[in-house]
Design a protein around this ligand. Structure first.
Ligand SMILES: [Cu+2]
Length: 446
């Protein structure tokens, strides 16, 4: 009897072994890939990863098998800038993993990095020995070796994966990804479009390619999925869609994500779904460090709606912070002197920094401007953590292509006043003086 059990076990092992490892799919494009609909098992609405993709799996008996390869990658952060990062299967972040509550998963992790690594499954309920903490729950996966993680997915929700091995270096180099577990009941928490992105940050000196991994606070590339505006995918939705946006934060500071045109409600954290009676309305949602927040809204207002981090320095690219403020300073004479030795010199900042948005200033190779990206009305003067939610009528359910800029109905765009301008050029010259509260009568300029 014991022999029989052993034989059955050996047979199962042989079958797995004969099939070899699942193929490790590779992604060469930084473009957003279409949703990967399930080919077997329970139905679900797959997510779309901004500038990313979902890793295909194979079924081996009742087990979903995935193969992640930790390796150095070249990631385009926006057209014109490549970063040398570490990631998985050709990109940073790694591919999104998607499965269903109740699935058993077997995840092969091959290490092609120059040092050992592990994978920690952030937020998931699993056996302690599958938790991926070097030294604590397993030895690090040595260079060139493959380890197997296998566990049951006992709850649905939004989770992430990242190394728990030399984390400071490996996460500063871009090793992270999403793990989405769909509810077993396809009707539960169902939405029409489901977008995911990770907040991450790098410190890459202008003209260079490799992040400075020792940086703790002063980053210059504030990214969604290792991309910066204008390189970040737009979030396209059909009018009437129920839309979910899942945002994970693996930077070292919080990010208040603000979306225009809508109010929305927080429906999920990495701890689980928020009960309907516990949800509250927001227009900005702060994403704490090491946490996930998902919000939902009904896309009933057509338009081009900005979505961005509300820390204004996080919507800038490659900027230095040690720059004095020049607002109101006349630099004409100084500029002439500097141009004698440096003809390309441009004075800036004496009217504010908006000139940077359209300035064609010479930059080091592999560097993108601090604020860039054009809309239908001119430069958008943003970089970093910024994208556009584009809500349009009549899109098909699987259409995520950029529909272009919004055609505003006549009379609905802010317009220039072309009538007479009254004389006062500043508030202090105004003719009407509003009296302080508690005083009767109204004054006029004396
Ligand atoms: Cu931010």
């Amino acid at each position: 009897m014991g022999g029989g059990a052993l034989l059955a076990g050996a047979a199962a092992w042989t079958r797995t072994s004969a099939m070899g490892l699942p193929e490790a799919a590779l992604m060469e494009s930084p473009d957003m890939q279409p949703p990967l609909f399930p080919k077997s098992g329970p139905d679900y609405q797959p997510v779309v990863t901004l500038n990313g993709w979902t890793l295909p799996h194979r079924m081996n008996g009742n087990v979903k098998e995935f193969h992640l390869v930790a390796e150095p990658v070249e990631r385009e952060m926006a057209p014109g800038m490549i970063a040398y990062l570490w990631g998985y299967n050709g990109q940073s972040p790694g591919p999104t993993l998607e499965a269903v509550e109740g699935d058993r998963v077997r995840i092969f992790v091959t290490n092609k990095l120059p040092e050992h690594t592990t994978v920690h499954w952030h937020g998931m309920i699993l056996p302690s020995g599958m938790d991926g903490v070097t030294g604590l729950t397993q030895p690090g996966i040595p260079t060139g070796k493959t380890f197997v993680y296998e566990f049951d997915l006992v709850k649905s929700g939004t989770f992430m994966y990242h190394p728990h091995a030399d984390e400071m270096t490996q996460m500063a180099m871009g090793m992270m990804g999403f793990f989405v577990i769909h509810p077993k009941d396809p009707a539960l928490h169902r939405v029409d479009r489901d977008f995911v992105f990770l907040l991450n940050a790098y410190d890459i000196d202008p003209g260079s390619y490799v992040p400075r991994v020792m940086e703790m606070t002063d980053f210059n590339m504030w990214c969604w999925n290792s991309r910066v505006f204008p390189g970040i995918s737009h979030l396209v939705a059909a009018k009437g869609d129920r839309v979910r946006v899942r945002v994970d934060n693996l930077t070292m500071t919080n990010h208040p994500i603000h979306m225009h045109g809508y109010d929305f409600e927080v429906t999920c954290t990495d701890g689980g779904w928020v009960r309907p009676e516990a949800r509250w309305p927001e227009v900005s949602i702060d994403i704490p460090v090491g946490a996930m927040r998902a919000y939902e809204f009904d896309a009933i207002h057509p338009g081009d709606w900005a979505v961005h981090c509300h820390k204004s320095h996080h919507t800038m690219n490659a900027m230095g912070h040690d720059v004095p403020t020049f607002i109101g300073v006349d630099k004409t004479q100084l500029t002439e002197k500097i141009k004698r030795v440096q003809p390309e010199y441009m004075a800036m900042g004496n009217r504010g920094m908006a000139d940077m948005g359209e300035m064609e200033m010479p930059l080091p190779d592999n560097t993108i401007p601090m604020m860039t990206g054009w809309g239908q009305f001119g430069p958008i003067e943003m970089g970093g953590m910024f994208s556009v939610v584009k809500v349009r009528e009549g899109l098909s359910a699987t259409d995520y292509a950029d529909p272009g800029w919004y055609e505003h109905p006549a009379g609905t765009v802010a317009w220039e006043w072309t009538g007479a301008l009254p004389a006062p050029a500043s508030a202090k010259d105004a003719m009407t003086v509003v009296p302080p509260a508690g005083h009767a009568g109204h004054g006029t300029k004396g």
